[in-house]
Design a protein around this ligand. Sequence first.
Ligand code: NOJ
Length: 555
Amino acid sequence: MDKKWWKESVVYQIYPRSFCDSNGDGIGDLNGIRSKLDYLQNLGINVIWLSPVYKSPNDDNGYDISDYQDIMDDFGNMEDFDNLLKEAHEHDIKIVMDLVVNHTSDEHKWFIESRSSKDNPKRDYYIWREGKDGKEPNNWGSCFSGSAWQYDETTGMYYLHCFSTKQPDLNWDNPKVRDEVFNMMTWWCEKGIDGFRMDVISMISKVEGLPDGKVWPGGKYGDLSNTTNGPHVHQYLQEMNKKVLSKYDIMTVGECAGVTIEEAQKYAGNDQTELNMVFQFEHTSLDHDENGKWTTKRFYLPDLKENLSKWQVELSGKAWNSLYWDNHDQPRIVSRLGDDSVASAKCVATVLHMMQGTPYVYQGEELGMTNCKFGSIENCKDIEILNAYKELVEGGKLSEEAFMKGVEAKGRDNARTPMQWDSSENAGFTTGKPWIMVNPNYKDINAKRQVADEDSVFNYYKKLIKLRRNSEWSDIIVYGIYELLDPKDENVYTYLRKLNNRTLLVICNVSDSEIDYQVPTDCKEEATLLISNNENVKLQKNIKLPPWFAGVWEI
Ligand code: NOJ
């Protein structure tokens, strides 16, 4: 057991725009977050991951940064940030910043200079290429639809943008770019922040010569495989580690699109020469289909178990996992794997929170906040959704109805509706007009009601977090070995956690049917119950599992 504080932590992600608005402009802000620190302390988390709060024109809600050392006007100013950091620390809560350095905003001063002329000293901060036969330099498609290249009239060349046209990719092969980034990171570390979540960090090194990507059947553009886990990514992260990260006691997590087990062992290996842990994306793609994410397809439990178990087993003792269902890019897990019910919210939480790794709770997940019926594209704000609508619906590839069903099942805006604080107007999120619609179910699902209700999803999360952080089972839950039982069962997710001759048994009925289940391991009746969403169910060899049942015992 190589014990570390960040392995024993539970992280809570805040998407500031949608968390809490303190000044009535309809947009969440830093002072709003500060006003909710007691709530977070009560929940029991000890780290906040703050989605970007830097200066930004908000083409992609802050993931397009125009000044890394200033705060977005909508969210407040640097003094508000300093106050938040100080008060969070007083609440024993650390703050991890979102580090978005694969790209900047096109309104960043580096890019403004870079695009101004071919011989500008900052030209090589970005990835500029001549067109090929009057077209883009290669076939790469952007993650947000269309080509990944934008023609720029000033110099008659194209720049690369793996995301929106307002998010030009930085050229990490330029040592000056790396130094600028490392200096900026040092500046934040000196301020006293507690770590970084690194946005699409697996994409910073592109394959030399920028070769075409693979065009998948039905697709128009090549994929971005030549931008992920590229030839120098580990070298650059090791340099970052040496020059910045290793000097501070901070936590780091890399968002690693396209990461494999083998790669994850390099990014987040026990030798700790790069990052502490990675976010992998395999499990969140299992309910996509041949046309991608805009589908109502649901998870098939044996596939989900196989995938999560692979990450549990193959990183164990070698690297460190992050555990997540939700974030600001994913639909709500209670709708995606559950059925919107309280029991299902507790069930899917149990599946995740008893695994090995550092768990992440995304704002509202602890309330069982659900996906939203947007009804019409007019109610959607996300650039990914809006661009896909243009390409797929206006391009005649999908009907509006099918697309909107896909959006309501998988779209990013599901996670971005305002946090539901209470049953007052706009769910208590703002006194003004919210920047995005509030989920109409806020009168039923809200924090005020749940904090007061012992059987709520909130209080269940609180218990799960306490078991991990501060109980006699903490060591097994954090460090124990994971062992999947019944891999092929289509309804029940059962696994063991083992450490020093102690064993936990986790049984979750991930279905809306009652299941007659034979427990696939020895279980004595005197087992100790740690947590359950239905305490009437007693552990025995043949057990009737109510729909969405979850229980954890020491056996
Ligand atoms: C991943 C972020 O999580 C997502 O929200 C963003 O749109 C892209 N990276 C681009 O920064």
